[in-house]
Design a protein around this ligand. Sequence first.
Ligand code: OAD
Length: 240
Amino acid sequence: MNIIDIREKIANAHSVTVLSGAGISADSGVPTFRGAEGLWKNFRPEELASPDAFERDPKLVWEWYNWRRELLSTKKPNAAHGALVELEKILNNFWLITQNVDGLHRAAGSNNVTEIHGNIWKVRCTTCGSVTSNHDVPIEILPSCQRCQGLLRPHIVWFGESLTQEDLDASFRALRNCDILLIIGTSGMVYPAASFAPIAKEHGAFVIELNLDQTPNSDLVDVSVQGRAKDLVPLLLPAQ
Ligand code: OAD
């Protein structure tokens, strides 16, 4: 099956769910996590992206997030993000589950989105739990809650933490109900997102993977197409 057959299949689908990962933002110049140039090559996740790390040294963790905020503040959505906005407009039942915390899907104009790993532009109070938007670059270290003066942390799901029940429910609903699951630019190494392809398949979905390389999902999916997200995803839109 080639990309044109996939386009036809999507056009005839009743319901499409997308799972995206860092690879879709790579074409905007955002570093991925794994692979030769990945963030986890130079940084240790347990020292920067875990609740223990934040408890031990909140200043260090915030400095790392400030570095990432600064980097992301210069990045814009690319043609792949844009094509998903168009698909949402065209299809009656469309849901996007993203592991990305960069906010680029919403910046592009996607509305039906669940950001399962949170959003780097949101902060959460470690005392009262309130979540607010914060686009400061850099953010003041250490930032405190406007309501209760508690310490703020990034509103991100760190290693060892669980997804919110609300996001899990929204994701499982989208996976159970779709007849096509499109997986774009994720290595499929991090759970629970790594289990989304088998879950959708169990519920009868046709699963398509678009990735620069082969992944652990490639053997399990119905079709795997190799290439850059910014080149492949726009080809899924109806021909003009
Ligand atoms: P990874 O860095 O693990 O994987 C990125 C994937 O994108 C790889 O499979 C690449 O082959 C692929 N890729 C790279 N460039 C691409 C391009 N231009 N077009 C298409 N594919 C491309 O990123 P994720 O799978 O998203 O957690 O990682 C999952 C989670 O691990 C992240 O959400 C993050 C990290 O720890 C949090 O931020 C909480």
